[in-house]
Design a protein around this ligand. Structure first.
Ligand code: GLU
Length: 303
């Protein structure tokens, strides 16, 4: 199969950047210093930057205040969700705008955000170490992860799906067998699900989904599996060579990863989601409105 340059660039750029502690302030701020809401400048802000914020009893907020900036863990190779365009240096995506919205609610505009790309397998440790203040990047809420960290949200719901070559005979997960190697990210829920529930299906794993997509385009694997919302973004970038097949076969609820025990920050973010009016919908429409994905804002689980 022909490989496409665009996806090759995503994989290479993302892998290279992962090695760095990327510090990038994404979209610009308006002359007044207000965040643009991640629109890349020019557009109407999706949200205002709050003033005189207090989050009493939050060790994370205390650290943010001391540092005078917020460090947020994200993905940057997932189109429409968490993506860095290395040529323009613009960071875009639903998750990235959710991350910006939370920062704005804490009183921090784009100029005070440091985004840090962190792969699926390294998220809990980054939060436990205090390397990031919170994480927003296709991060499913699971009981196992909750042993180490806490989650605000959920703020999005999707499910595991399959990405295959345009001419593939695979129509759904029912067609997976010992001859179909499936690729996913290390430390992710989808790779775990394949290992546990499809034990005869060979797997291959990389740190990044973009590396799996490369492998699929090169014919090294027969499918990439992860959340359908992620796969739809890759297919949309390369519709001549890739397609998403079947129906979602798990339920993945995305949460904001936080330090364990920081109930004050978790409550602050849950309140933002609950009382945020039309902002969630505006962020969804901007980033995923034309993707074909239909999701309503889920109710938060204030456990
Ligand atoms: N939502 C799944 C997870 O958190 C897959 C996507 C990802 O790896 O970020 O494991």
């Amino acid at each position: 199969m022909r490989r496409t340059r665009g996806l090759a660039a995503i994989g290479i750029a993302a892998a290279a950047l992962l090695a760095l502690t990327a510090c990038n302030s994404g979209s610009p701020t308006s002359p007044g210093g207000e965040a643009t809401g991640g629109s890349g400048g020019g557009d109407k802000p999706l949200f205002e930057v709050a003033k005189d914020v207090k989050v009493d009893g939050s060790p994370t907020f205390d650290r943010i205040t001391k540092n005078g900036k917020i460090t947020i863990g994200v993905k940057e190779d997932q189109p429409n969700l968490g993506y860095l365009d290395v040529t323009t240096n613009q960071r875009t995506g639903f998750d990235v705008d959710i991350a910006r919205w939370i920062a704005a609610s804490l009183g921090y505009d784009e100029s005070k955000i440091t985004f840090k790309p962190i792969a699926s397998a390294n998220r809990e440790q980054a939060i436990v170490n205090g390397d990031i203040d919170y994480y927003v990047g296709t991060y499913s809420i699971t009981d196992k992860r909750k042993e180490q960290i806490d989650f605000a949200g959920p703020y999005f719901v999707t499910g595991q799906g399959l990405l295959v070559a345009k001419d593939s005979p695979i129509k759904s997960e029912k067609d997976l067998n010992e001859k179909t190697t499936v690729c996913s990210a290390t430390g992710s829920t989808p790779i775990q699900n394949i290992r546990t529930n499809y034990p005869n299906v060979p797997t291959k794993e990389f740190d990044l989904y973009s590396a799996c997509v490369e492998e699929l385009l090169n014919g090294g694997v027969q499918a990439v599996t992860t959340d359908q919302a992620i796969l739809i973004g890759y297919a949309a970038k390369d519709p001549d060579n890739l397609k998403v097949v079947g129906e979602p076969f798990t339920v993945e609820k995305y949460g904001v990863g936080l330090a364990k025990g920081d109930t004050a920050l978790r409550t602050h973010i849950n309140d933002l989601f609950t009382k945020g009016g039309t902002t969630w919908k505006a962020i969804f429409d901007k980033n995923l409105g034309s993707s074909g994905i239909k999701v309503e804002q889920p109710a938060v689980d204030a456990y």
